[in-house]
Design a protein around this ligand. Structure first.
Ligand SMILES: [Fe+2]
Length: 163
């Protein structure tokens, strides 16, 4: 099913995250994998998480029935990925743990694309989705202003993939 326009910016960002996840899962050099993840995180991932938590979820809750179980999974996985990012930056993750972070990132993105986003689309009417689209667009612009480097140099590669 084609993603509703409101969620398309987030879905495009998921393509970049999947490429990073793929590289982490196959990593054989800890330093290179750490640099790969932290560049993605600093330039893209952390802004994406904020937009989902601060714009998508409240906008959805304001206008429609939340998938509470799905939202709980999102929150738990965001927390784990954030804490693993902290540990990775501090040099506290092994190569095995970095590969596991890749697995988690991959499964998390797949869950959002296959379960959570379709649930949001089903719960919201056209007017609500239009409101959400404007809010997410504004948040994306704000993130760029705050220093996000969109696509982490992966934009072209990211747009090629399917999901
Ligand atoms: Fe996401």
């Amino acid at each position: 099913m084609k993603r509703t326009p409101a969620l398309q910016p987030l879905s495009r960002e998921h393509l970049t995250a999947l490429l990073v996840a793929r590289d982490l899962k196959a990593a054989d050099d800890l330093d290179a994998a750490a640099a790969r993840f932290l560049t993605f995180w600093d330039e893209d991932g952390k802004y994406h998480f904020r937009i989902e938590e601060e714009v998508l979820l409240p906008g959805w809750a304001a206008d429609g029935e939340l998938d509470r179980e799905g939202v709980a999974r999102l929150a738990a996985e965001h927390l784990t990925i954030r804490s693993e990012a902290l540990r990775l930056r501090a040099g506290r993750l092994s190569l095995t743990q970095v590969r596991a972070l890749g697995e988690l990132l991959h499964d998390h993105v797949r869950f959002e694309e296959r379960v959570l986003f379709p649930a949001a689309e089903a719960a919201l009417d056209e007017e609500s989705l239009a409101r959400l689209e404007a809010a997410i667009e504004a948040a994306e612009v704000e993130a760029e202003r705050d220093g996000r480097c969109s696509g982490s140099g992966l934009a072209g590669e990211g747009r090629r993939g399917g999901s």
